[in-house]
Design a protein around this ligand. Structure first.
Ligand code: ZN
Length: 175
């Protein structure tokens, strides 16, 4: 419990001032709390997984480092966050291609974070969409489905939640 709340506090501080791209301009930390709440529903959830979800965008999107995370929350959490961190030195198209290619080789807990993260992103595209045209939204959905293809068969609860969000978005987009 102590580390869980410390991770909430740390994520909120690191993401302070960042907002989501969606119309509602929610604080970015809403996203990582949603992803943590989603993974917590898995029967395989443990403290490392939930803290990993809270911190999953810290290295990618803030000045927080794997070393900070290891010092505060231990090496297992730091390793999990690194597994779900894209290499920001690469162009965006390449990062997206790498997610698709590499996801099936990641640990089970990393793939659970992916399932919840992509489900949260599809929900956001339904409920508070950014200023994207329909083809771009559809392309994001198709890409998310391809990434999640590498996460199937490991967690029926999180997989069903992802599929529900994908179906809701597909219906919304008329796709
Ligand atoms: Zn995320």
């Amino acid at each position: 419990m102590q580390y869980l709340m410390q991770a909430c506090d740390y994520a909120a501080r690191r993401h302070a001032g960042q907002t989501r791209a969606g119309a509602a301009r929610e604080p970015y930390v809403n996203h990582v709390i949603e992803v943590a709440a989603r993974v917590a529903r898995s029967p395989h959830a443990d403290e490392t997984l939930v803290i990993g979800a809270l911190l999953h965008d810290v290295i990618e999107d803030t000045d927080g480092t794997a070393e900070d995370i290891a010092a505060l929350f231990g090496p297992a959490v730091a390793a999990l966050v690194l597994e779900v961190t894209d290499d920001k030195s690469l162009p965006k198209a390449e990062r997206k291609a790498l997610q698709e290619r590499d996801v099936a080789g990641k640990s089970l807990q990393a793939r659970r974070i992916k399932l919840a993260d992509k489900a949260a992103n599809l929900a956001a595209l339904c409920d508070s969409p950014p200023d994207w045209d329909m083809p771009r939204r559809r392309a994001y959905l198709d890409w998310a489905e391809r990434v999640i293809a590498g996460c199937r068969g490991i967690d029926p609860v999180l997989e069903a939640a992802f599929d529900a969000e994908a179906a809701r978005l597909r219906a919304r987009l008329g796709a």
